[in-house]
Write a protein that binds this ligand. Structure first.
Ligand SMILES: Nc1ncnc2c1ncn2[C@@H]1O[C@H](COP(=O)(O)OP(=O)(O)OP(=O)(O)O)[C@@H](O)[C@H]1O
Length: 353
């Protein structure tokens, strides 16, 4: 069994601490995705697991082994980078087998491993080509093949698709999902891309400023975020947030929409400030109202996004069907089922449950 356990993992660069004691368990065979805003420490954490960055404190176990002090080559991991870093003068087969050759693996065994990886990645017919004669997606496949031939217990991916164009990204995302199904190894994947995170992950780890905000299955994080940060980070376009005032048990005034909403009595009582979270896909527009003015529309075909400005200047995004009739300048009412609203403590940002 080759899951991972991080225990109090800390990273310091001199005086500056960037990873603040991460406790995390990743199960054997799990596809785990690290997400979070730029600079939150996703790559650093991945590189600590790879052994490319020293862990300043805490431990990292891969399977039963404490690998915290081990060199990258001794950890049983293979990393795939954003830049494929292929050798231009070598063929696909030579690129894929190079690491094994350096380790003195017999030629016949290299050949067998390379052809098995080429089969999995559908690279069979390209084995004698040089990288310059390959598309971006094919090059990234070679880079993944180079990781596969080493037979690692854990695959680490650092934004592997971010250099590819939109169409290839989709293709490669499906390939990576298929690869995970076929070889069943533990995979840890860093990305900025919501769709990659939501579709590939068994488990998403949301990071913020070197700390874990929440860990969970993609849809659990979407449906049941612990706090405003996770609610705003998971889901695209982001959740709308409006100021609210508790007006006694189960009642919240939402000044931006000039109305009060009823929520389960257990969520709030007394008085106090809250943040009301509304997902764009849970809102509807009604042309006969004056909650807000449409300042921009984005038509994507199947769906459209209407960007609104409320009377007090608050901004909102509403998802509509592609065949909507909303136009810039329309005065609209925003309708929603209050049961869909999420409430967050205005100060601590914790979800009120
Ligand atoms: N060698 C270093 N010395 C000092 N600080 C560093 C060093 N490397 C990274 N950092 C800092 O550590 C933090 C985490 O960086 P990291 O690259 O892991 O973030 P990230 O979440 O992967 O960001 P991005 O999504 O932009 O790639 C950042 O604040 C960064 O400035």
């Amino acid at each position: 069994m080759t899951g991972l356990i991080l225990n109090g993992a800390i990273k310091r660069y001199g005086e500056v601490q960037v990873i603040h004691g991460i406790d995390l368990t990743i199960d054997h065979g799990e596809f785990c995705v690290f997400v979070g805003p730029s600079g939150c420490g996703k790559s650093t954490l991945l590189r600590m697991i790879a052994g490319l960055e020293e862990t300043s404190d805490g431990t990292i176990h891969i399977g039963a082994r404490d690998v915290t002090q081990l060199d990258p080559a001794e950890r049983g991991v293979s990393m795939v980078f954003q830049t494929y870093a292929l050798y231009p003068h070598m063929t696909v087969a030579e690129n894929m087998g190079f690491g094994l050759k350096m380790n003195g693996v017999p030629r016949a065994e290299i050949k067998q491993k390379v052809s098995e990886a080429a089969r999995i990645l559908k690279l069979d017919e390209y084995l004698s080509r040089k990288p310059k004669a390959l598309s971006g997606g094919q090059r990234q496949r070679v880079a993944i093949g180079r990781a596969i031939v080493r037979g690692p217990e854990v695959f680490l991916f650092d934004e592997p698709l971010s250099n590819l164009d939109a169409e290839l990204r989709v293709e490669m995302r499906v390939e990576i999902a298929r690869l995970h199904q076929e070889i069943g190894a533990t995979m840890i994947y860093v990305t900025h891309d919501q769709v990659e995170a939501m579709t590939l992950a068994d488990k998403i780890v949301v990071l913020r400023a070197g700390r874990i905000e929440q860990v969970g299955a993609p849809l659990d994080l979407y449906r049941d975020p612990d706090n405003k940060f996770v609610a705003g980070f998971i889901g695209s376009p982001s959740m709308n947030f409006l100021d609210g005032q508790i007006e006694g048990e189960g009642k919240v005034a939402v000044p931006a929409l000039s109305r009060s909403i009823s929520v389960p009595a257990s969520l709030c009582s007394g008085t106090g400030a809250v943040t009301v979270g509304l997902r764009p896909e849970h809102l509807e527009l009604d042309q006969s109202g004056s909650d807000a003015v449409v300042e921009l529309t984005e038509a994507l075909g199947g769906v459209s996004y209407a960007h609104l400005v409320c009377a007090g200047g608050e901004k909102m995004i509403v998802e509509e069907r592609g065949d909507h009739r909303t136009r810039v300048g329309d005065r609209v009412a925003v309708r929603f089922d209050p049961a869909r609203a999420m409430l967050f403590d205005a100060k601590t940002e914790a979800r009120l449950r």
